[in-house]
Design a binder for this molecule. Structure first.
Ligand code: HEC
Length: 198
């Protein structure tokens, strides 16, 4: 159903947008293929030793999964907003297979929020970027012995000042305890991501 709908939408896009729309669709198709066939997307965020980095262009090339609002301790609004992205092809693969394919990259941006009255009510928006959580799906245990890899994923946090060097040292300490409630869904809080609901 979803595929058929998207096709219709693409056709409409070509009719309206002409050549540029066609080029955009072609480029997107190519990325999907690269990701799903051999996990190439993961190459860009992972070196041979398993050190991760924040992918450069995730804001334009990744798929938006959803967002989380963490309430302010006092008063109204949110103190933090979390925006989650997935590498190209993730939504289609997850919808089809019900799991994240090897090489899937998830990026969670953590923003300090600012809250103000707007014409819609009391509203919080993303203000200062604190940093990123990055996870890379690893179905084969390819970095056994690296303390930032295990339980099917590579795990790291990056301060906003340095997207290429993690400050995390051990995912068992830094990440896993907090992800226990999501264990049954491969450690991912999928309930927050509408496109992954089946
Ligand atoms: C304080 C608890 C806590 C810690 C520590 C923590 N996480 Fe999370 N993480 C969560 C929660 C809860 C969510 C979803 C809700 C939210 O973002 O507030 C989440 C979401 C994520 C997401 C988005 C995908 C998903 O699972 O829904 C990524 C990626 C992520 N975490 C990576 C990491 C990594 C990597 C580490 C360790 C470096 C880590 N987290 C440490 C609690 C935590």
């Amino acid at each position: 159903m979803r595929v058929r709908f998207m096709r219709t939408a693409n056709v409409a896009g070509i009719a309206i947008g002409g050549l540029s729309a066609m080029l955009a669709i072609a480029a997107h198709g190519q990325m999907d293929t690269a990701r799903s066939s051999n996990g190439q997307k993961a190459e860009a965020v992972e070196d041979a030793a398993g050190n991760l980095r924040v992918p450069d262009a995730y804001r334009t090339t990744y798929q938006s999964l959803g967002s989380w609002a963490v309430s302010a301790d006092q008063g109204s609004g949110s103190k933090e907003l979390h925006l989650v992205y997935a590498s190209p092809g993730t939504i289609a693969a997850y919808s089809r297979d019900g799991h994240f394919p090897d090489g899937t990259v998830l990026v969670k941006e953590v923003y300090e929020a600012a809250t103000e009255p707007m014409t819609t009510g009391t509203v919080s928006h993303a203000d200062t970027l604190k940093g990123w959580f990055v996870m890379v799906k690893d179905s084969s245990g390819r970095h056994a012995g690296n303390k930032l890899w295990g339980d099917g994923w590579g795990w790291s946090w990056f301060d906003a000042a340095n997207p290429s060097k993690t400050t995390s040292t051990d995912y068992n300490v830094d990440c896993l305890p907090c992800h226990q409630p999501a264990r049954a869904s491969d450690w991912i809080y999928v309930q927050g991501y509408p496109a992954l609901k089946r």
